[in-house]
Design a protein. Structure first.
Length: 171
């Protein structure tokens, strides 16, 4: 590993250590961040996107564009995850995660990518909702670090993948 990547990794771990909740955190904190984190999971991201079909101002093509963005960005995340193979903080640092760990690889964050993909997809259709949607997507990413399943760099790259994927699909 190059010296630059070693420094980047060390910084990522240091930030993680400051932000990660401990198993002794309050139940309220754990529940709050767990609810937020699950908004980036497959059931919530796909389900909420599909549920938007029931809303009167939503047109079907907006939902399908968002689902396409979600699918393509997820594909990129999985390809990068399997190529890089970065162990999760729970394995590398022998920590206990405060939520179930979906797989053994950390980089990049699929939950962060999914939340950002849905946020950007609907923000492009409803610009007035852009700020709250983007804030919620950022909170999903932050929750992944707080709950001990991702390093901050994993989250940022996951969100970046959603944004880069959105450009050709929504632009």
């Amino acid at each position: 590993m190059s010296p630059f990547l070693q420094r980047l990794d060390a910084s990522d771990r240091a930030i993680f250590a400051r932000l990660c909740l401990t198993p002794t955190c309050s139940g309220v904190q754990r529940v709050f961040w767990s609810v937020i984190t699950h908004l980036g999971g497959a059931r919530a991201s796909i389900g909420l996107t599909m549920a938007a079909l029931l809303l009167p101002p939503v047109q079907g093509h907006q939902v399908w564009s968002t689902l396409l963005l979600l699918g393509w960005s997820h594909l990129v995340v999985q390809l990068v995850k399997r190529t890089v193979g970065r162990p999760r903080p729970t394995e590398k640092l022998a920590l206990e995660s405060l939520v179930q760990v979906p797989d053994r690889f950390s980089f990049p964050s699929g939950h962060s990518c999914a939340a950002m993909a849905v946020a950007v997809g609907f923000a492009s259709a409803f610009p007035v909702l852009a700020l709250p949607l983007l804030i919620l997507a950022m909170l999903v990413g932050f929750s992944r670090v707080m709950l001990g399943v991702h390093y901050p760099g994993d989250v940022l790259v996951g969100q970046l993948i959603a944004l880069i994927t959105a450009y050709p699909l929504l632009g």
